[in-house]
Design a protein around this ligand. Structure first.
Ligand SMILES: *[C@@H]1O[C@H](CO)[C@@H](O)[C@H](O)[C@H]1NC(C)=O
Length: 233
């Protein structure tokens, strides 16, 4: 369920505070009870009050198998409010890669439970290889292995195999967010894009690149698809 749905999901997580406020306990005034449960938890004075706002044991369970959005955040899983952590469980489909992205506020711990994933990460300016070029940290992950993508690092995960890869990922922010490096860099005005790329691109070419940048999380890798005898969906 991860591929196209995740980007929509991520946007949904960030934009929609669509989680209805539940009936509030006595200590919350009428006015604040109109706030979402997440907002009420953020306003609570103490942890004791937060527990009172979560009276059911099931409030403490997040079910990835039925969730619309496969990322547990403080928006769709209120017990995460104030904890500084969120969690994703998902599948990287066969022959696909995630667009180059970063998480603006969170370090990610990414671990594989099945399949095989190659990842690349470019940490930050000034981190260079022995030739003085920006260092690219490439790793190969098999089940049971974990890697780290520090907050703000550019990274991508590639599944080069004919089988899906299942992963879990933890983030050091309870409000998950993602930035899409290519898409957002090309969102600047044409003059800024042209100047940024040393005037190597201009006018219609900028528009062509914008239109060509994939916005689905799982970009299909053609060479792999033909190796595996799969169709591009
Ligand atoms: C991967 O996850 C999907 C559900 O997300 C599940 O159906 C499948 O069995 C998992 N595969 C493995 C090998 O664990």
């Amino acid at each position: 369920m991860l591929p196209e749905s995740i980007l929509r999901s991520v946007v949904a997580v960030m934009l929609a505070v669509a989680i209805p406020a539940r009936a509030a306990p006595q200590l919350i005034t009428k006015r604040s009870s109109e706030l979402s449960l997440t907002a009420q938890l953020k306003l609570a004075d103490t942890a004791i009050e937060r527990y009172q706002l979560l009276p059911n044991n099931q409030d403490f369970v997040f079910d990835f198998t039925t969730a619309d959005v496969p990322i547990a955040t403080s928006q769709n899983f209120p017990p995460l409010v104030g904890t500084g952590i969120s969690f994703n469980m998902g599948e990287l489909p066969a022959c696909s890669m995630s667009f180059v992205h970063l998480h603006p506020r969170a370090t990610e711990l990414f671990t594989l439970t099945s399949g095989h994933v190659l990842s690349e990460m470019v940490p930050q300016a000034g981190v260079v290889d022995s030739d003085g070029n920006p260092r690219v940290i490439s790793v190969e992950l098999n089940p049971g292995m974990l890697t780290i993508f520090p907050a703000g690092s550019f990274h991508t995960q590639i599944n080069p195999d004919c089988e899906a890869a299942n992963f879990t990922a933890a983030f050091t922010s309870d409000e998950f967010a993602v930035s899409m490096v290519a898409n957002q860099a090309f969102s600047f005005s044409d003059d800024v894009v042209a100047a940024t790329f040393g005037q190597s691109i201009a006018g219609e070419d900028i528009e062509r690149v914008r239109d060509a940048i994939p916005t689905t999380l799982a970009i299909k890798v053609e060479e792999c698809l033909s190796k595996c005898g799969k169709q591009k969906r």
